[in-house]
Design a protein around this ligand. Structure first.
Ligand code: G3I
Ligand code: 9MR
Length: 552
């Protein structure tokens, strides 16, 4: 049947920063301007104006008009936008609206830690659970995990880290990207106070959380210096399943050049960032990073295969981009000029960055350490990031539901929401580097898309907005399958629309969907509605950025 997306007035259902852009989208076939009204919590009209006709929006397959209410300067809760008798979902206006979201987006990581009990005092009784994968029956991992038969003869203790997503696999390329983004967030926006066991120690909470994953990544390094690509179950387990109840045999899957270079990159960033906080960790990181770099140079084409059972593939057959990213991180960490010639990639807006495409991260690394490069070269890095941000700004302005993701092939990819957040991050960084306010506006307006101003009136972040995603694909946060289990923690970002329809639930429910509507808040739809560490790290970065801007 026809899907019901509720009100045609689409807003950021969390709200708008008092000092930021305030725009909304109205779904209509009407082509001339209409009257809009802003209502406060008492239903009093506090602002009004005329909509701006836009026309057909390709990604959503509908026609829309735009509303701009920036000149309203008040603040409070329970606002609604109205066009005729159509009312939007309620939203707030204020300068603290991203504070709790930025904290929740990071506490996602504690909730998904492996190898430690998740305690009620931090997450509440409902989401507390026993430690997973410490070799306690029925678990068979992760304290002494053998290699996949026939691939090597040793076992490694690879306890800890974060579960990747709704599954119990732990994958180096993806985990490293997420840990890297947390470290970059720290450099960009500083610390966030978290409810985690390490709170109150001498290290910033954000760095404590990243350390949980970095310790795991270090354990994945083989004696040769190469790094195992991943560790996961022999076969896919079903849903629901608590981590401590997973009975499957787990294996170390073969080493890869990509995983090795990810450890080199994040290890180098770790060495630089923790130098003033945890010298021991910084030292271990640098040693591991340099060892990984040398091993990758000697083994430049060991590719992780596509396919396989029991875990995600995270396959990648092009690693020039990983070499370049690792070289840039090593240059900025060590100052050793020999790494410069190995930096061969630049930020390319069309490619963006992801666990697979890391070439652009070289420029993001260089941007953090001006003294690592001659002045003119540093300026070129800044110019490239600003140029990419300009492309994302154009992409944003070219859409009826403005957002910085506009795929050239007109198809949304698995995890599209992370592309939105990562491209918004580039605009945020460009603003920091250039002080041009249009990039700030673009970064902030991108959040409207994730929080409800979109083709399906969906806030993709649990606990934020009237129509929020709360049935994400997760083996423990599986309330929709078993009422005794918890729902996803607030601040969990759903993968988002995916044109590929790569799971049976999506194939049944989404045939013929316009790209930006290919999403179901159904626990079975892992190709549109999973969570993942590298998606929540993107959400954490951009919401911390938004929160910071509103206090400066
Ligand atoms: O790289 C190509 C690009 O060149 C092409 O233009 C584009 C358009 O089709 O596709 C790109 O490849 C996509 C790839 O992700 C990289 O973005 C594939 O189509 C897409 O199927 C693939 O999806 C990945 C998915 O696993 C399936 O392998 C997601 O990125 C990745 O986040 C997801 O990760 C899963 C793990 O396997 C298991 N754990 C949960 C996790 C999240 O769902
Ligand atoms: O639960 C798995 C999810 O984390 C992955 O992203 C997804 C794609 O690799 O696979 C899910 O596992 C399913 C498997 O692929 C097929 N059999 C059913 C599994 C659970 O839904």
């Amino acid at each position: 049947g026809v899907r019901d997306f509720g009100s045609p007035v689409r807003v950021n259902q969390l709200g708008y920063l008092q000092s930021g852009p305030k725009r909304a989208t109205y779904v209509t076939d009407e082509t001339s301007p209409l009257d809009w009204r802003l209502l406060d919590a008492t239903d009093a009209v506090v602002a009004h104006g005329r909509t701006m006709p836009y026309g057909a929006d390709a990604m959503s397959g509908t026609s829309v008009q735009l509303i701009d209410f920036k000149r309203y300067e008040g603040s409070g809760d329970g606002y609604r936008l109205a066009v005729g008798d159509q009312l939007s979902e309620p939203f707030a206006i204020g300068n603290n609206i991203y504070q709790s979201l930025s904290q929740d987006a990071l506490e996602y990581f504690y909730n998904n830690r492996s190898g430690i009990p998740i305690e009620a005092q931090y997450v509440g009784a409902e989401r507390a659970r026993a430690a997973g994968h410490l070799g306690v029956a029925p678990n068979k991992g992760d304290t002494s995990v053998p290699c996949l038969p026939g691939t090597c003869t040793y076992s490694l203790d690879v306890r800890g880290g974060w579960y990747d997503a709704g599954d119990h696999g732990k994958y180096v390329v993806n985990g490293a990207l997420a840990a890297w983004q947390l470290l970059d967030q720290y450099e960009q926006s500083g610390d966030v106070t978290l409810k985690i066991p390490e709170a109150g120690n001498t290290i910033p909470d954000l760095l404590d959380e990243a350390k949980w994953e970095i310790d795991f990544l270090l354990r994945m390094q083989a004696p040769s210096g190469l790094v195992h690509h991943k560790i996961h179950d022999e076969k896919w387990t079903g849903l629901p399943l608590r981590p401590d109840a997973d009975p499957q045999q787990r294996y170390l899957y073969p080493v890869s050049t990509a995983a090795t270079l990810n450890l080199a990159a994040v290890g180098a960033r770790c060495a630089r960032v923790y130098a003033q906080w945890d010298k021991a960790l910084a030292g271990r990181c640098l040693t591991a990073a340099e060892k990984a770099w040398k091993a990758a140079v000697q083994n430049p084409a060991v590719y992780a295969p596509d396919g396989g059972e029991g875990g995600g593939a995270y396959d990648d057959t092009k690693v020039t981009d990983e070499f370049s990213w690792a070289a840039a991180e090593l240059l900025t960490a060590t100052g050793q000029q020999s790494y410069r010639k190995a930096i061969t990639t630049r930020f390319d807006a069309a490619e963006g960055f992801s666990w697979r495409d890391t070439g652009g991260l070289a420029d993001l690394a260089l941007a953090r350490v001006p003294r690592a490069l001659p002045r003119a070269e540093y300026k070129a890095v800044v110019d490239r990031i600003a140029r990419a941000a300009g492309v994302y700004l154009d992409d944003l302005h070219a859409q009826g539901y403005p957002n910085p993701y506009l795929p050239a092939d007109g198809k949304y990819v698995w995890g599209s929401n992370s592309a939105v957040a990562n491209n918004a991050m580039i605009m945020g960084l460009a603003y920091t580097l250039t002080d041009r306010s249009r990039y700030l506006e673009g970064a902030l307006e991108s959040l409207d898309y994730l929080l409800g101003r979109n083709a399906i009136n969906q806030s993709y972040v649990t606990g934020y907005g009237e129509r929020d995603s709360h049935n994400q694909h997760h083996r423990f946060w599986a309330k929709s399958l078993d009422p005794t289990l918890p729902s996803p923690a607030p601040g969990s970002l759903a993968g988002g629309p995916n044109s590929g329809l790569q799971d049976p639930v999506a194939q049944r429910g989404l045939q013929g969907c316009a790209p930006a509507t290919c999403y179901l808040d159904n626990i079975g739809s892992y190709s549109t509605n999973e969570v993942a560490v590298n998606w929540n790290s993107a959400l954490a970065w951009i919401t911390a950025f938004a929160d910071r801007q509103s206090h400066e």
